[in-house]
Design a protein around this ligand. Structure first.
Ligand SMILES: [Zn+2]
Length: 184
């Protein structure tokens, strides 16, 4: 499955389902599920996240309904996983000037870029945060393929170590044998 390396704290905010946009200077036509990979280094070194009031409100609201979640204002916080795959999310769209509070906006006077590079808002949905992150995974640029070294087949429960991965409906990842049986 594809993976995207994202710096903390944004990776965690996405995996928690709080942040629904990933801002990039390049657009993607990929749609579907990806791994959320937290990069080895945070996106900033100072202590305070520079969040808008709307974004602060979203964090406070989330932590209100999820008391176990602490608002991540300090990237030195040891609760952040780094160099790890921490969850999954769907890429469902790629636009500019999305209305989300997490979308970086692009100024377009009279609909012309005027030499300015647009910021693409990758629209994300259905985030899942893993109970246990997959540790010690090096990040890469762009969308990259993460090959899960071991997974349990969703149909026969065998531990599988193979590639490519197959997915079958509610069974999720299945081994090649089961996949050919289920689809044959
Ligand atoms: Zn199987």
């Amino acid at each position: 499955m594809k993976a995207l390396s994202i710096k903390q704290p944004w990776a965690s905010l996405i995996a928690h389902g709080i942040k629904d946009i990933e801002n990039r200077t390049w657009k993607t036509s990929y749609r579907g599920r990806i791994y959320i990979h937290a990069s080895g280094k945070p996106s900033f070194r100072n202590l305070t996240l520079n969040l808008s009031q709307d974004q602060m409100d979203a964090l406070i609201l989330y932590s209100h309904y999820n008391p176990n979640y602490s608002i991540p204002l300090d990237t030195r916080d040891k609760t952040y996983p780094y160099a790890a795959i921490i969850g999954e999310v769907d890429i469902v769209d790629c636009v500019i000037n999305h209305l989300s509070i997490w979308a970086e906006k692009t100024e377009m006077p009279a609909g012309v870029y005027m030499g300015e590079k647009p910021i693409y808002n990758w629209v994300l949905a259905n985030a899942v945060l893993y109970d246990e992150p997959i540790l010690n995974v090096k990040g890469k640029l762009s969308l990259w393929d993460y090959i899960d070294p071991n997974f349990e087949c969703g149909y026969c429960d065998n531990l599988v170590n193979e590639y490519p991965e197959f997915e079958y409906g509610d069974y999720g990842k299945v081994c090649a044998n089961c996949f050919s049986g289920l689809t044959g």
